[in-house]
Design a protein around this ligand. Structure first.
Ligand code: GLA
Length: 500
């Protein structure tokens, strides 16, 4: 009897030890004192594993599983707007306190091996969904009557941005002509955040020892400073978001001397649907206004839920219209040339944002970067440089600081240009400027040089313009009659300013 009982107990203990049930944490330290955390909250029920997987900003529910402690696979799934995201973890239990797992970024990438340990029950659980405010119109803050101009850390530095970089960029912008050409905002993007203190105040991480001092420094250079957060519990890079702390964070930003906020949907997708975005963006719009400090409000939710129809109502000054840009001709042109239908939504203080500039990041030619700058100027798009301005080749600086092109971008009437003509890879875009001038951009999207010939009438220009200036060649162009032709290099542009 004793033998049978002890055998039973041993077996029970063994099967208990070999159970996957538990809250498992993979914690990978970032060099800034924060950590990248993944929680696998598993429940093993015989041959079935259920539960959730939280990977930084994503929160998946396990939808299928196979295997057990010696070798298992779990697939998590979550709704993200109209699409479904999935993640797969394979793994095995080692001893009682170690879960070795591997996952892939996508089907073709190599597996990433990770080790998880047991974490307290409830840690990493998604916070409760807070009720949404009723919609109302947030008062216009009166800022950025022409498209904002400045610099943002993400395209070049991503997680490597820090206090020293920002100071260096401020020094450079104040002395290399960028500030004087109108680029005034220095925007710190994701990865500056640490966790909250005991009172719930957001703190900066080791990379930014003193945000107030940094803001003072940037201001002392005649520049302004911007910061980044998310309406969700986490940002895109998995750092602390403003969820449930909107007013508190807005006050902190104001106390630091922040002049611009980019507010990025990311982590909010785990709790809210796209239809609920407006209310969440409104919350922060109200909070920023309530601080009494002028803070530009930049909405970043990738152009979902027709943001251009409600962006101004939440106090937004600009709103991203697409997914992230890359430093590649294909990405830049796919985004830039797809903005035609949004033109009616741009008005002074409220801008469509086809994302930040990649000019100078090295993966496009100078000709292509001129096309980028011209297109963004025709589009009345924010001009937010994204390269390392501390060490910028003269040719790149010339592109970014071309005053004539900037004057098109900054035209005070703020009317966004549109496509006026297209033939294969050739496109001509027109922008109406104050005082009856017009900007005409003749784009050649093919790789070969082309002679592009049109009649002014084909562009809707009834009278032969009185004058034309080539804004890249810095020379006057002689107009001879109803026909116009121009030789445009492959992937290049001829940008003209026409006088009445
Ligand atoms: C998103 C945004 C980017 C950048 C990153 C930071 O992808 O669209 O512009 O802010 O997040 O994590």
């Amino acid at each position: 009897m004793y033998l049978r009982l002890s055998l039973f107990l041993t077996l029970a203990a063994a099967s208990c030890a070999a159970d996957l049930t538990g809250n498992w944490l993979v914690s990978i330290p970032n060099s800034d004192g924060t950590a990248r955390r993944t929680y696998l909250n598993l429940k093993q029920d015989g041959a079935r594993i259920t539960g959730t997987i939280r990977v930084t900003q994503f929160f998946y529910t396990i939808s299928s599983s196979t295997g057990g402690p010696e070798a298992f696979t779990v697939v998590g799934s979550m709704k993200d707007g109209n699409t479904e995201r999935r993640v797969t973890y394979e793994g095995k239990l080692v001893g009682d306190d170690e879960l070795r797992v591997s996952t892939r970024r996508n089907v073709n990438s190599p597996p990433v091996e990770q080790t998880a340990h047991r974490a307290p029950t409830g840690e990493g659980a998604l916070p409760a969904r807070l009720p949404l405010p009723a919609l109302h119109k947030v008062r216009d803050n009166g800022l950025v009557r022409t498209p904002p101009m400045g610099w943002n850390s993400w395209n070049k530095f991503a997680g490597r941005v820090n206090d020293e970089v920002v100071r260096g960029i401020a020094d450079a912008m104040a002395s290399n002509g960028m500030r004087d050409a109108g680029y005034v905002y220095i925007n710190i993007d994701d990865t500056w955040e640490a966790e909250r203190d005991a009172k719930g105040n957001i703190q900066s991480n080791k990379k930014f020892p003193d945000m107030k001092a940094l803001a003072d420094y940037v201001h002392s250079k005649g520049l302004k400073i911007g910061i980044y957060s998310s309406p969700g519990p986490n940002t895109c890079a998995g750092y602390e978001g403003s969820y449930g702390h909107e007013e508190q964070d807005a006050k902190t930003y104001a106390a630091w001397g922040i002049d611009y906020l980019k507010y990025d949907w990311c982590g909010a997708r785990t709790l809210y649907t796209d239809d609920e975005m407006q209310a969440l963006y409104q919350k922060m719009g109200d909070a920023l206004l309530a601080t009494g400090r002028p803070i530009v409000y930049s909405l970043c939710q990738y152009g979902r839920a027709d943001v251009w129809t409600w962006g101004p109502d939440v106090g937004g000054n600009l709103w991203r219209t697409t997914g992230d840009i890359r430093d590649a001709w294909e990405s830049m042109t796919r985004i830039g040339f797809s903005q035609n239908d949004l033109a009616p939504y741009a008005t002074p203080g409220h801008w469509n944002d086809p994302d930040m500039l990649e000019i100078g990041n090295g993966n496009m030619t100078e000709t292509e970067y001129k096309t980028h700058m011209s297109l963004w100027s025709i589009l009345a798009a924010p001009l937010i440089a994204g390269n390392d301005l501390r060490n910028v080749p003269p040719a790149i600086l010339e592109i970014l600081t071309n005053r004539d092109v900037i004057a098109v971008n900054q035209d005070k009437e703020g009317r966004q240009g549109q496509r006026a003509w297209k033939s294969g890879d050739q496109e001509i875009w027109l922008r109406q400027l104050a005082g009856g001038d017009q900007a005409v951009a003749i784009f050649n999207r093919s790789a070969e040089s082309a002679n592009i010939a049109v009649k002014w009438a084909d562009l809707g220009i009834k009278k032969v313009p009185a004058s034309a200036k080539d804004l890249w060649a810095h020379s006057d162009v002689k107009l001879t009659g109803p026909d116009f032709s121009s030789t445009v290099p492959g992937h290049g542009v001829v940008l003209l300013r026409l006088g009445k």
